[in-house]
Design a protein around this ligand. Structure first.
Ligand SMILES: Nc1ncnc2c1ncn2[C@@H]1O[C@H](COP(=O)(O)OP(=O)(O)O)[C@@H](O)[C@H]1O
Ligand SMILES: N[C@@H](CCC(=O)OP(=O)(O)O)C(=O)O
Length: 358
């Protein structure tokens, strides 16, 4: 089978200090993606840079609020960005296509599958999908934390073996990156290492979520069996070197070897889209957290919160209100309330649609 990877490029790499597109860097990255593509690697590109490149294009007369500014700049900048990509890939005899997604597009299974189908048909036809958040319409609560979050969702959705997050830094440092004593973590084993405290709240001038989202998303993707690499997009030939397995400076997250179905992967990433909560008793909690794959039965349920429909994703909470899992419910909230605590009723969440946070 062909190797399939998602590459995420941050705003900082694509824009110069004055806010204009750094075409030299873009071109170098496109050349590397083209080389990988021609050698048979399927690449999905998640690219930021719309807002940053739109800013340098227009002078606004009156001061804009944050949302309007993001909408205006991204709508202008995305055109510039994708046109430039299209030209650069065209010079390599490669066709690329654009997908602009919102967080909502990952929240319903139908939208999720539509997106997956679109990217699959592009890859089958040797077209490189270039994905960005649809900044013009996704505002405030509907927004992704940043494109790092979206790149994790895309890599999972498309069953990628690797997710390479390119930023303006060589990887995750064990202290302040500007402190010369700080060193890069070369490998992170998510089952043992917790390096959250090493991450500073600082981020690049144009970046949105900083290293924190990169770290959180990298852990989640690695748990689902994807090898995640955080590396510096400004280093020459970085992508090709990483894929060839060269020892280049970067942080690798060791992927879990556990097998997960694609619906479970979708559920695992759906915490932000849940429509309600199902509270379970201590006994049900112990069974769900045990080694066996079990369904959640009405007999172990103590309370239903929120209004949801059949097939919505809901949170599963223990008696103390701690989140223990997420699942796709087989009942609406109304029907679920009727069967609380009852025996011999069909499962509220079948184990094929259940993700337990362990
Ligand atoms: N421990 C750390 N190691 C590396 N970078 C860190 C760390 N803590 C915070 N950062 C910051 O994270 C930034 C990268 O995130 P971000 O600005 O969102 O980049 P991008 O625009 O590429 O997504 C780095 O430039 C750095 O300032
Ligand atoms: N969708 C936005 C991306 C914002 C974002 O996530 O930026 P970054 O943290 O640099 O990847 C844009 O294209 O400007």
């Amino acid at each position: 089978m062909k190797e399939r990877i998602t590459v995420k490029i941050g705003s900082q790499i694509l824009t110069r200090k004055d806010g204009t597109l750094d075409v030299t860097r873009m071109s170098a990255l496109v050349d590397q993606i083209a080389e990988l593509h021609k050698s048979g690697v399927e690449v999905i590109l998640v690219s930021s840079g719309a807002v940053a490149s739109g800013k340098s294009e227009i002078k606004v007369k009156s001061k804009l609020d944050t949302i309007s500014a993001r909408q205006l700049y991204s709508s202008i900048g995305q055109v510039k960005l994708i046109n430039r990509y299209s030209d650069l890939f065209h010079q390599q005899n490669i066709t690329c296509g654009q997908i602009l997604a919102t967080k909502e597009d990952f929240s319903t299974r139908r939208h999720y599958l539509n997106q997956r189908n679109c990217m699959s048909v592009m890859l089958e036809n040797k077209v490189i999908p270039i994905v960005n958040e649809n900044d013009a319409i996704s505002v405030t609560g509907l927004m992704f934390t940043d494109n790092d979050e979206m790149s994790g969702l895309v890599a999972t959705m498309m069953g990628c073996e690797k997710l390479i997050i390119l930023s303006n830094i060589d990887g995750i440092y064990n202290g302040n990156p500007s402190d010369p004593k700080s060193e890069i973590f070369k490998k992170i084993d998510i089952t043992k290492d917790n390096i959250e405290d090493c991450i500073q709240s600082s981020k690049s001038s144009t970046g949105r979520g900083g290293m924190t989202t990169k770290y959180n998303i990298a852990r989640k993707a690695a748990e689902e069996g994807i090898e995640v690499i955080i590396a510096n997009g400004r280093r020459d030939n970085i992508l090709v070197d990483l894929i060839k397995g060269k020892d280049v400076i970067s942080t690798h997250f060791i992927p879990s070897t556990k097998k997960t179905t694609s619906i479970k992967k979708w559920i695992a990433h759906s915490e932000g889209f849940t429509k309600g909560e199902i509270y379970v008793n201590q006994n049900a909690k112990e069974v769900l957290l045990g080694d066996k794959a079990v369904s959640l039965l009405p007999v172990g349920v103590t309370q239903i919160i929120g209004n949801f429909e059949t097939d919505d994703v809901v949170r599963i909470m223990d008696e103390k209100g701690k989140l223990i899992g997420i699942g796709k419910t087989a009942y609406s909230s109304e029907k679920a309330k009727e069967v609380i605590g009852k025996n011999n009723k069909k499962a509220i969440i079948h184990y094929d649609y259940l993700y337990i946070e362990k």
